[in-house]
Design a protein around this ligand. Structure first.
Ligand code: HEM
Length: 119
């Protein structure tokens, strides 16, 4: 894939984060505003609600999407910054290290998320 496509993917990940963060803030932290808009999310931060969400497939998909988008966007941006100060011969190694860090972090985050879901 050409570099510009990875960049567009990073912008798409940022756009996805905006959507997911808006949902998260609306449902978890701005219930007063949501009620004014005609949606009552209920008592979403009680212990029982947190436990129930942990077993929800939609919540698991949400977490995995958010994890992937945030890791990709953040690490792609970090790589762009570091490439500016890395000599050409080290750029392949840098990209490989960033990719490995992202895959490891995603694997760990996904493992924890799926383990929570499956109980
Ligand atoms: C909804 C949340 C976010 C939005 C809308 C957003 C949006 C953007 C945009 C538009 C850029 C510029 C891309 C470009 O022109 O090349 C950018 C760059 C960047 N973002 Fe984000 N971002 C978000 C969250 C994050 C998070 C959570 C992190 C870190 C964990 C992060 C790290 C970076 C980095 C390191 C850059 C590159 C900066 C540079 O090239 O100088 N962003 N972001």
């Amino acid at each position: 894939m050409r570099e510009s496509r990875w960049w567009i993917l990073s912008l798409s990940a940022a756009a996805l984060m905006v959507v997911l963060l808006t949902l998260h803030m609306g449902l978890m932290h701005l219930s007063g505003l949501m009620k004014v808009l005609g949606v009552d999310p209920g008592d979403v931060r009680s212990f029982a609600a947190v436990m129930e969400r942990g077993r929800s497939l939609a919540q698991m998909v949400f977490y995995l999407l958010f994890l992937g988008a945030a890791l990709y966007h953040g690490l792609y941006g970090l790589r762009s910054v570091l490439l500016e100060v890395t000599p050409p011969r080290g750029q392949g190694v840098l990209s490989g290290l960033v990719l490995a860090a992202g895959l490891l972090a995603f694997a760990y985050g996904a493992y924890v998320t799926v383990r929570t879901f499956t109980g």
